[in-house]
Ligand binder design. Structure first.
Ligand code: SF4
Ligand code: SF4
Length: 477
């Protein structure tokens, strides 16, 4: 028997070693002599007493296995199980591609020559979306429906949101299916009335994006006219925090804004609504690459995100869908896209030190793009493999009205066959990474099947996890 290819080891002060197996998720702190049992192939008969007991424990938790072939088969079984899990139907609905913000990183994708108006889901399309979800409930028979409203800014189309929330509440109630509804919003239009309207229909919480302290956020996420938004969002959060919902905070940083996040953490810590905050998770801003996706089938059609003025009048469109969801919707729309780098590891540690729940930077995947019963629906009823692809209509993989179009079918088959981890060799992180973010691979590498690798960040996250498990403070490291 030999050490599993999915083992990770972190030496600790003294004579201890932190062990983690990413396939079984077993974690243990063992002495160096026990860890040494992983160093060479071993025959149980050659051991006795404590050594044999230690070996049995390592075998039981998957640290020692029958070898690489066994591990690879176990990985295949695990990925099959996770990606075909039918206990939850997960649907993210983009009620509109309009947005009332003019985020710095979104302007990076601005396409000045594109004058199409924003897409906004009509009530007729919403009815078709609801009917499709009801069909899926009957076909998949999940125990739970996780429903996330997203955009653009979903609160610019509340009538569709209210309609879908209520209808799907009845659809799930009559089928004895649990419903968890959530909302990803910039927070500017969030009111108690909106929350009260949703609460009877399985509404669990909201994810709001804050891109740093007031000064930084107002620079990164201003209104189209340049006005700051931080104070108004915080006032709205304070009001809705009186309701029984969870408020999760996300944020997008880059090298010019990262300085604003430590002050934001300090600010949040001091607020009277701190008890309503579920978790805080920051990630690097995703910038859409111009004309990404060369060689893919379907009409060349960028699915634009269109800013609106204070009255909701569409202004000049931008070049991509909002990526604020990539990270952690309350109902876990895309709960995985922790595009990783050193700054992110540092921020994660700061967030944790401030006492907020946050991602550990390890348990990221396999993400929703691989999950069979996770879907994203665009404003026109087009289906996408995940929120990361809603910026390009030609990436649609289907439609709620079941229309058959060759280019959508080709996309669906292409997504079904994705397995970037097959290029990852025996990387120990495959069970929790699965080759990284496909949307990032598509946008930055032009190839969805080439891993977007952030191994270095995984490695530092494991070290941080080991130190937390051993009770070692960051100052002492
Ligand atoms: S491909 Fe990227 S954006 Fe899409 S679900 Fe996975 S991590 Fe999220
Ligand atoms: S993308 Fe990198 S970290 Fe992820 S599984 Fe592949 S090699 Fe490992």
């Amino acid at each position: 028997m030999v050490s599993s290819i999915f083992n990770l080891r972190v030496p600790l002060p003294g004579n201890d070693v932190f062990l983690m197996n990413t396939l079984t998720d077993a974690q243990a702190i063992v002495s160096a002599d026990v860890a040494a049992l992983l160093d060479e192939p071993i025959d149980r008969q050659d051991l006795e007493g404590d050594a044999r007991d230690a070996l049995d424990t390592l075998i039981e938790h998957g640290f020692i296995t029958d070898g690489g072939a066994h591990d690879r088969q176990a990985l295949t079984d695990y990925l099959d199980r996770v990606t075909s899990d039918s206990s939850e139907l997960n649907v993210t609905i983009l009620t509109t591609l309009q947005c009332n913000f003019a985020c710095d990183y979104c302007f990076q994708g601005d396409r000045g020559d594109d004058s199409r108006l924003a897409e906004k889901m009509s009530m007729a399309t919403a009815a078709r979306v609801a009917a499709w979800i009801e069909r899926e409930l009957d076909r998949v028979r999940p125990a739970r429906l996780a429903l996330t409203f997203f955009g653009g800014e979903p609160l610019l189309n509340t009538s569709v949101m209210f309609y879908l929330a209520e209808r799907l509440w009845h659809a799930t109630s009559s089928r004895q299916v649990e419903l968890a509804t959530s909302l990803v919003t910039n927070g500017l239009l969030l009111t108690e009335d909106i929350v009260d309207r949703l609460l009877p229909f399985g509404f669990k919480g909201v994810k709001i994006t804050l891109d740093g302290d007031r000064h930084t956020h107002d620079r990164m996420r201003p209104l189209r006219g340049g006005q700051g938004t931080f104070d108004r969002i915080i006032a709205n959060v304070r009001r809705v925090a009186t309701r029984p919902i969870v408020i999760n905070i996300g944020g997008n940083f880059d090298q010019h804004s990262i300085e604003g996040f430590a002050p934001l953490l300090r600010f949040l810590k001091q607020q009277d609504f701190v008890g309503s905050i579920g978790y805080v998770n920051f990630k690097p801003a995703i910038r859409t690459a111009a004309d990404a996706g060369i060689g893919l089938p379907g009409p060349r059609h960028v699915h634009t995100l269109t800013p609106v003025d204070a009255k909701g009048t569409p202004l000049r469109p931008l070049g991509g869908a909002c990526m604020t969801i990539a990270g952690e919707g309350t109902a876990a729309a895309c709960g995985s896209c922790h595009a990783l780098d050193d700054q992110m590891t540092f921020l994660r540690e700061q967030t944790s030190d401030a006492g907020f729940a946050t991602a550990d930077g390890i348990h990221n995947g396999p993400c929703h793009v691989h999950v069979k019963h996770a879907h994203t629906v665009g404003p026109d009823g087009s289906l996408y493999a995940c929120p990361g692809f809603t910026g390009e209509k030609r990436m649609a993989t289907g439609h709620v009205d079941d229309r058959r179009e060759e280019w959508r079918d080709l996309n669906r088959h292409q997504f079904d066959r994705l397995s970037p981890w097959t290029s990852c060799g025996d990387c120990a992180f495959i069970p929790v990474c699965a080759g990284g973010c496909i949307a990032a691979s598509h946008a930055t590498l032009g190839d969805m099947n080439t891993p977007a690798c952030h191994k270095r960040s995984y490695q530092s996250a494991v070290v941080a996890l080991a130190h937390r498990a051993a009770g070692i403070s960051r100052e002492a490291q």
